[in-house]
Ligand binder design. Structure first.
Ligand code: FES
Length: 193
């Protein structure tokens, strides 16, 4: 008889973490733990699978459809794995005026990806997003949890080259033009969150 594969529950060996998260909320408000539980899974596995949705729903006494409904509201959560470097390009007004569309075109060409795709290697994924809340330092590119601000074309190219070497540079905030030399790369481990 064919046996269906079983999936070890994500929180099976994380009971302390689970208790800590649930303990932040009163008994009548345990469903408020939905976001942090989803985030723990997303950060570790780069997506939230059906099995994890069912697990979280059971923990919180929710229906899986309620969990998926919350997930679909936020671009943060993914049903399929994103890349080790998940690139989010803000395309809202301030960033658009500062060159976000050109940055998006450059990344699509350079990575051979379109919005929403992950490459075959699982290294890069690309997502266009709404305002990241850093409009004063537009255009903004978020790589995993890190903001890169005032991203000129030369900075964007240097950043992609650095990620290909798994050596993310320090985030930039200061003004820099396209004539600026590539940012020096710092040998920082660039794993996804
Ligand atoms: S418009 Fe891009 S961060 Fe606000």
């Amino acid at each position: 008889m064919h046996q269906l594969p079983t999936v070890t529950p994500f929180f099976a060996d994380k009971q302390q973490l689970l208790s800590e998260i649930l303990g932040r909320y009163p008994n009548y408000g345990q469903r408020s733990a939905l976001m942090p539980l989803l985030w723990e899974v997303q950060r570790a596995e780069r997506h939230v699978s059906e099995a994890r949705v069912a697990e979280i729903a059971e923990i919180l006494g929710l229906h899986a459809t309620e969990v998926k409904g919350a997930m679909s509201f936020y671009g943060t959560y993914h049903e399929h794995p994103v890349g080790r470097y998940h690139l989010q390009v803000c395309r809202t007004l301030s960033c658009a005026l500062a060159g976000a569309d050109e940055m998006a075109d450059f990344l699509e060409d350079e990575l051979d990806l379109v919005n929403g795709e992950t490459d075959a290697e699982g290294r890069f994924s690309l997502q266009f997003v709404e305002c990241l809340g850093s409009c004063g330092t537009a255009p903004v590119l978020q790589v995993n949890d890190t903001y890169f601000e005032r991203v000129s074309r030369s900075r964007c190219r240097a950043l992609v080259d650095a990620m290909r070497r798994d050596a993310l540079p320090e985030p930039t905030r200061e003004r820099g033009g396209d004539n600026e030399a590539a940012e020096p790369a710092v040998a920082t481990e660039g794993g996804a969150t």
